[in-house]
Design a protein around this ligand. Sequence first.
Ligand code: PRX
Length: 703
Amino acid sequence: MTDSSETQVSEAQIAVHWREEEYYPPPEKFVKQANANDPAILDRFTEDKFPDCFIEYADLLTWDKRWDTVLDTSTAPFWKWFVGGKLNASYNCVDRHAAANPDKTAVIWVPELEADETLFISYGQLLRQVNEFAALLSDFAGLKKGDRVTLHMPMVPEAVVTMLACARLGVIHSQVFGGFSGNACGTRIADSGSRILITMDGYYRAGAMQDHKVKADEAVAEAARQDQEVDKVLVWRRKEGEYQSKIPMVDGRDFFVNDIIGKYAGHEVAPVSLDATDSLFLMYTSGTTGRPKGAQHSVGGYMAYVAGTSKYYQDIHQDDMYWCLADIGWITGHSYIVYGPLALGTTTILYEGVPNYPDAGRPWRIAEKLGVNIFHTSPTSIRMLRKVGPDEPTKYNYHFKCMTTVGEPIEPEVWRWYYHSVGKDQAAITDTWWQTETGGFLGSTLPGLQPMKPGSCGPGALGIFPVIYDEDRNEVPKGSGTAGNICIRNPWPSIMQTVWGQPERFLDVYYRKYNTDPNSKDWHDWPYFCGDGALEAEDGYFRILGRIDDVINVAGHRLGTKELESAALTVPEVAEAAAVPVIDDIRGRMVEMYVSLKPGFEASPAMEAKVTGAIETEIGKIARPKNVWIVPDMPKTRSGKIMRRVIASVSNFTDVGDVTTLANPEVVEGIRHHVQSAKVAKGDAPRELTETELAEIKAFGAE
Ligand code: PRX
């Protein structure tokens, strides 16, 4: 419900003006060798060729049986791709390359401690490990096709082995980001109905061994509270013969994988021939409500799309040395560390730790030592490496042919540092815009064919047809530079199949807004609503402005305001809580929490710490608020809704706008004074915001 007394500002109504950036042509040397350097490819993916254009992607895979129908729309908008086709993802990522080239390196693992040895795993070795672990999963854990299993693994090769072993059996894996808390993991175990949890005892982060097993115990307890029993916890050891946790193993429930895998030495498990429309994995993401959404991804369409986009957008050739610095627990890790690159038979690098450990030269040393030529990371990492070591890249002798940025809008100045300093003026950059739900890239330049433009992702990817609508379903004139809600007019192979166990939510969140005929079986009637504000320039390039729902994108990770607020409300003294974004020069956005206390409780640093602690327990350190502000009362509308827009303006030092129509306008000045003077005293006042940032803060919390 919207209170008519509020000032309603939506992204769609804001015309945003920004300076047009110069084009950067792709470097000639890159173009010569690029997988996509013939403009004819653009003709193969025009709208009149849809959906058959995607056969080109499917043909990168080995199918047990070819499909009968490319796109079946009979259950719109639950699209089915390559219906009738049969295949196995593990076979496609491992077996076929192991047969052709067993000694070729599939995975390189770089442990965080520099003195520790880098591990090289060949396709032949990977095949053996995947087979043995699949045998264990099936025999010891009793897992079979269609079962869900939750993984809470750090950045280690065992995570890749585990995913591929699940894929081999048709077991649906649900990998939870290792940095998420035990409780967050437990909620996802319960939602997916997993009876098995696979984890590791510990891992290095910023030079310190983390006790990770402790989170497994919390996760199992939380899942039980939500009525999901976990039968077995399979624990990989970070170091052979050691145990990194203070928490004892639970008899009969917890098992060290390393101790039982020997029983399966040399075992072979035939890859299960799956329907293209069977599911490969779930990937949870945040939305507007507290319950996470399990984006459910298919075997056939997903694998085809990530293989195709890895080939044309990441420009992966078999002999490349590919390094994606994302976490395996996020969609980028699934699509562009594991499934895409391995489907193409290249070498993919996995790095355990943080990019600036022990210093800001680390990524460039790794690149030099391993001969990395494709590099993939996020604006947050780029901003951080630029801040702590702007000149480091020049000290190392590596050469990237192409680089990717993903996850958040990148500021043109930061883009330019990436291009000139990291890329040494020689690498093509793709700014890839997409989402957990979309499985693969939606918007990006084709690096060998389309010039780059800092701050813009580029046009729709091959076979993807974006459109910008306003709130009233009118199409914003193409190329007008007017902001609106970006949608994709057509389905594509790696669009999620549904939200696990919540088909109504799938319809509600992604399709109802712009669908005019719920009975239509014609894909033209079902634009996919991305939840991002965007604008399209005259040249057809899109600039993504950010989320238009109540989601805060922290360092490329989506956090829902509702889940943050529910976490704060687990503190018994807290009466009300509101989460807002603050602009941060490194992490893009950070969370600030506002809470009011129940009568009889006083604000104190200890109380603030309690709120922070609750958020870390419920969600994880990634969500740690920059500040917790305890206020006597929240600014509210007459209908009682907390005005997040007003407190977001206070946190960002922007104009709070008209507050006279609030139920309690008098509280605003007190909050503003308290928060802003404390921030100034801490040296925490933000720089002046750009026009798009201002628009975002102004629109925050609007419904
Ligand atoms: O707001 C967009 C932003 O990240 C959201 C998707 O987040 P997630 O599902 O966690 O996936 C991140 C990795 C694909 C989008 O709705 N986003 C993602 N990539 C970009 C971006 N914003 C601007 N530019 C990008 N390249």
